[in-house]
Design a protein around this ligand. Structure first.
Ligand SMILES: [Zn+2]
Length: 274
């Protein structure tokens, strides 16, 4: 795999200016990719996903490695062992000090401050230097945390949003995270409408048929009422993506959160996948 920094652009919003870094990546055709997103410092869930995924050649992480959970440093260390293509999520940038806290909820803000005090300087720099978008050139796949239009903040959570974002990508497929909901927004090449579909579990989807936004769901804080960790595997040779779920020891993560006196609502939601 080789990568090069494409360009940097400043994105301006009323209370923030984010430096965006975009990269282009070239990789082999017969690789198997583990796609993960929104780990949110849940090491137990991350470890379960890595073990369940079996053999893979590369990791693509769609951002928000930290925030909410009890083991930020451990998650970054484990992830970096794979030299992943890892995007910067809103929580990652806030922890790294590149993003103000004004747009976060009270619990999220509390956890960003808590997390910042618990990760090493080199890990902070890594979070800060991760790109906002990545383009997997030969395979026609764009990676973002939020959306192509606003990689840091926008939630692709409705057909209209997906439709509006089609004009911001040059590839047939875009993988995104941020909403913690496994979902596909699909626009057939010969159709006008964007369709919303649940991402089926254990059923390969062809990536060459339609224009698609695919969210693999969240590793560390799923919100689709299924508490199991969510992820996806891509076979670049077959150009197919398979969504998977794996049970992990939710109570182990909750125990660590209780011991660290983290907000009760964040602890409880893991049990229900909310
Ligand atoms: Zn996010």
């Amino acid at each position: 795999m080789t990568e090069k920094k494409l360009h940097r652009t400043g994105q301006e919003k009323p209370d923030r200016i984010i430096l965006q870094i975009n990269i282009i990546i070239f990789m082999g055709s017969n690789m198997h990719i583990l796609v993960i997103s929104d780990i949110h410092s849940n090491y137990t869930a991350l470890d379960a996903v890595i073990k369940d995924a079996g053999n893979f050649d590369q990791v693509w992480c769609l951002g928000d490695v930290v925030g909410y959970g009890p083991e930020p440093d451990e998650c970054i260390r484990r992830l970096r062992e794979f030299a992943p293509v890892c995007l910067a999520g809103n929580h990652d940038l806030a922890v790294a000090g590149s993003l103000g806290l004004g747009d976060f909820t009270k619990e999220a803000r509390e956890m960003i401050v808590w997390t910042r005090a618990r990760i090493s300087g080199s890990h902070l720099n890594w979070l800060k230097s991760n790109p906002s978008t990545a383009l997997i050139m030969e395979h026609g796949i764009t990676l973002v945390h939020g959306s192509p239009r606003d990689p840091i903040w926008e939630y692709i959570s409705a057909r209209e949003v997906a439709k509006d974002n089609l004009g911001f990508i040059d590839t047939p497929v875009c993988l995104n995270g941020h909403t913690h909901m496994p979902v596909i927004y699909r626009k057939p090449w010969d159709g006008l409408k964007v369709l919303e579909e649940r991402l089926p579990v254990n059923t390969p989807i062809r990536l060459t048929l339609d224009r698609m936004f695919i969210n693999p769901g969240s590793v560390g804080q799923p919100r689709d009422e299924d508490p199991r960790a969510a992820y996806a595997l891509i076979d670049l040779e077959a150009m197919s993506l398979t969504h998977r779920r794996v049970q992990y020891d939710v109570s182990a993560t909750q125990k660590l959160m209780k011991a660290a006196r983290l907000p009760g609502s964040l602890i409880r939601r893991l049990r229900f996948g909310q």
